[in-house]
Write a protein that binds this ligand. Structure first.
Ligand code: NAD
Length: 301
């Protein structure tokens, strides 16, 4: 049984982060660098990744390695992992932060969207885990794994079926690994952000909806207004690593929703129905078809 290392400080710890070019990943990389971590960074977007690296180095932070790549491509992740492990050894902390978001009703979600969610948001982290965790176990120093899921990995948000497929999947992987990895001294954090004001809010793709329409822009503005900042999310993630916390929330609303789902299921069902009805009112062109047989089901069903 390996003891988990003290990760209250990341000084000199090797930290691998996906999605480091933008949003939560970028903010987490900046914070980890300020805490003295040695960083290993990747993202799909080469130019933005270079900018993050330049910013970290300009402020005295240490980036030992960075490379642009697609986490949904197993060979890419494997090559990156082999290169990093051969040159620098095993990681102390691995963070799966990269992700994409696509929503839509079941009538409008096409196959490409369903598949993209699973390939990037679920298979991506799996590629990282299967590449980076065995060397971490072999090194025998313990460490920590961070998987960024979502509120959509906890609750049934409107039009999130494809996104939730990936985020509940990542939650399943995390739920097993939190116990499997314990004896290797490796902690696991499952991060469940609610709204966070990042580039993702600009790039969310909603099947069958013109996301440039004023009605959608209004809904997005509302989302951004009540959103946490990427830096607040980064602080919550690094606190989760420091304290070895499994459930990591970045805002109180999602902590409350998760609590209500488990403790007061009928209230959860009523709230989600209201949420769904509200969403459909905001975008009436989506999913208004009524199914009377469903309307008759009880709130606790
Ligand atoms: N922003 C939110 O409101 C919110 C809410 C819940 C969960 N999340 C999750 O947080 C994580 C970070 O998202 P964010 O909000 O910072 O968004 P973001 O768009 O700012 O950052 C995501 C990063 O992932 C990278 N990426 C996307 N596909 C990739 C691929 N195939 N390979 C490598 N890199 C890829 C992007 O280039 C981008 O830099 C995601 O997993 C997202 O699902 C975000």
């Amino acid at each position: 049984m390996t003891r988990r290392p003290d990760l209250r400080s990341l000084r000199n710890r090797a930290v691998f982060i996906t999605g480091a070019a933008s949003g939560i990943g970028r903010a987490t990389a900046l914070r980890a660098a300020a805490d003295g971590a040695r960083l290993y960074l990747t993202d799909l977007r080469a130019g933005d990744l270079e900018q993050t690296v330049a910013e970290i180095r300009a402020s005295g932070g240490q980036v030992d390695y960075f490379r642009a790549g697609d986490i949904s491509d197993y060979e890419t992740v494997r090559a990156m992992g082999e290169e990093i492990t051969a040159a620098h050894g095993a990681m102390d902390v691995v963070m799966n932060i990269a992700g994409i978001s696509s929503w839509g009703t079941v009538q409008s979600l096409d196959h490409a969207r369903w598949r993209a969610m699973v390939e990037v948001n679920l298979m991506g982290p799996i590629h990282v885990i299967e590449t980076f965790l065995p060397p971490m176990i072999d090194a025998g120093r313990g460490g920590h794994l961070v998987n960024v899921s979502s509120a959509a990995g906890l609750i049934g948000m409107p039009w999130h079926a494809a996104y939730s497929a990936s985020k509940f999947g990542l939650r399943g992987v995390s739920e097993v690994l939190r116990f499997d990895l314990h004896r290797h001294g490796i902690g696991v954090s499952l991060v469940c952000p609610g709204a966070v004001a990042t580039g993702l809010t600009e790039t969310i793709d909603v099947a069958g909806i013109d996301t440039t329409a004023p009605r959608f822009a209004k809904a997005r503005a509302h989302f951004v207004k009540r959103a946490a900042s990427p830096d607040e999310a980064a602080v919550a993630i690094l606190r989760g690593v420091a304290k070895n916390t499994y459930w990591v929330y970045t805002s109180f609303d999602i902590r409350l929703a998760h609590w209500a789902q488990r403790m007061v299921p009928p209230a959860y069902v009523l709230a989600m129905r209201a949420f769904n009805a509200g969403a459909n009112r905001a975008l009436p062109e989506v999913g208004r078809a009524r199914r009377p047989e469903l309307d008759r089901t009880t709130a606790a069903s």
